[in-house]
Design a protein around this ligand. Sequence first.
Ligand code: DGL
Length: 279
Amino acid sequence: MPHYTQTPAPIGIFDSGYGGLTILNDIQKLLPRYDYIYLGDNARTPYGSRSFDVVYEYTLQCVKQLFEQGCHLVILACNTASAKALRTIQQNDLAQLDPHRRVLGVIRPTVEEIGNITHTRHVGLLGTVGTIQSESYPLEIKKLYPDIRVVGEACPMFVPLIENNEHNDAGADFFVQKYISELLAKDNKIDTIILGCTHYPLLQQKIKAILPDKIQVVSQGRYVAASLATYLLRHPEIDAKCTKGGKVSYYTTESPEKFISSASIFLNITIDAQRVALD
Ligand code: DGL
């Protein structure tokens, strides 16, 4: 069993790339006192079209990296990783790595809220190929709200557009139009669309602009943040292991210069970042 430090440390936030910054943003707004370490696996993004085994292997490496940095609690701020790796990490790996550390995902907090948002009980889901194919959302929603019908649409071009900072260009309009029309053609009673990928809030304005007002677009950040706040209240033993200095450190598996320039655009602040090599 690895020997990770037992001293308190920041909360780890992980994504394949920049998308998890949208989650970090909302978490920081709600829980500004905590310290955070953000890790983006930008060298290997996107995860969305990779196999179950590869997403699991990459995600586990990143979780271990955050544990090595001391984190006692890690949030997979990535739907693809939450869909394909979270359960195995929680059920198999934690026991071997350190049974006292915790890893949480972003799907459950979103699913819990959805029953309070939709009126027609017809929900659309936009996500990566991996998230849509995993059926994680329909399966989880069915457990809590058996009356809700979920229709998914994979949007394989969204993450590359965002990772390359081309989400404000006309090319993005084309794909927003295409995926939304395909989704709505599958079910015309949809009144709620979940942005089931943490990158997609960066396209939220474009998506909203082509939808009728009666269709709501739900991004996950505030639900994940609220769920984390509740979790920390319910688990004082984990809360005590999270440092509270209001600082964020950023790590990337790619070039820190590229991360700094792109992340600063997404976050509207200037940040610093370091490259990390995974074992
Ligand atoms: N941000 C991620 C998600 O929520 C993943 C994107 C990707 O790497 O394809 O699914």
